[in-house]
Ligand binder design. Structure first.
Ligand SMILES: [Mg+2]
Length: 239
């Protein structure tokens, strides 16, 4: 028996909003903190941090502070704390706003990896608690339960009584968003937004369906995918 509406589960970073906007928001908080700590010029520090980010996303604080003549691993550690705990200024992709409105009569959940404090602040800044039945921050349950582990998705199934074919995950990252779910019969949809948009998926890692953005996630598209999944599920031999 196919339930009339599938359950939609969304990823957060680069699916619902531009993750780079969070990074830039964090760099502003770090520049203000480090300037107050060291007496360096805040605008100059922010310029160095942004330039370091544009070069490479790893080791941004170390490289920027070294160029500012500040070499302190303690300062870098404290800046990591400032970055993760800062209250970010963020906004949803406009297509995400429209998409969540469009599916407001569906049961919807959020599943996101990452530092629990940082992810919780993003969820709060975007006002997402009120828009989902439940938000799952995977790291709260241990790193082993982050994607591609299906653990949080199995928890959603336990909460809702849904079959895997009634649950569709919408994400952007082909390295981890879909590979743990597809073999179990969940629906998977990739949106080509954010830093992974141009990345080719490794064999077996891509989603069943790829869409340019969340505006393309129409009720018809979701319903057609759900129908296919449910039909495939019905054809599986029962053990
Ligand atoms: Mg993502």
């Amino acid at each position: 028996m196919t339930s009339s509406r599938p359950i939609l589960v969304f990823d957060l970073d680069d699916t619902l909003y531009n993750e780079l906007s969070y990074v830039r928001s964090g760099l502003r908080a770090v520049a203000a903190f480090a300037a107050a700590e060291t007496g360096a010029d805040e605008a100059a520090l922010l310029g160095l941090l942004e330039a370091a980010l544009d070069e490479d996303r790893s080791g941004v604080f170390d490289r920027a502070f070294a160029r500012a003549g500040v070499r302190s691993s303690r300062l870098v550690r404290r800046c990591v704390g400032v970055y993760r705990t800062h209250t970010p200024t963020l906004s949803l992709h406009q297509a995400a706003e429209r998409c969540l409105d469009r599916f407001s009569d569906h049961r919807t959940f959020l599943v996101t990896d990452g530092n629990t404090t940082a992810q919780a602040r993003k969820v709060a800044a975007l006002g997402l608690e009120a828009r989902f039945e439940r938000v799952f921050l995977t790291w709260r349950y241990g790193h082993a339960r982050s994607k591609p582990s299906p653990w949080c998705f199995e928890k959603i199934r336990a909460l809702t009584g849904a079959r895997p074919c009634d649950v569709i995950y919408v994400g952007d990252n082909p390295s981890k968003d879909f590979v743990g779910l597809r073999p179990l019969g969940y629906g998977t949809i990739r949106v080509l937004t954010g830093q992974h948009a141009g990345r080719a998926a490794a064999p077996g890692h891509d989603a069943e369906l790829t869409l340019p953005d969340l505006d393309a996630l129409t009720r018809e598209t979701v319903s057609a995918l759900h129908g296919r999944l449910a039909a495939a599920h019905a054809e599986e031999p029962t053990p």
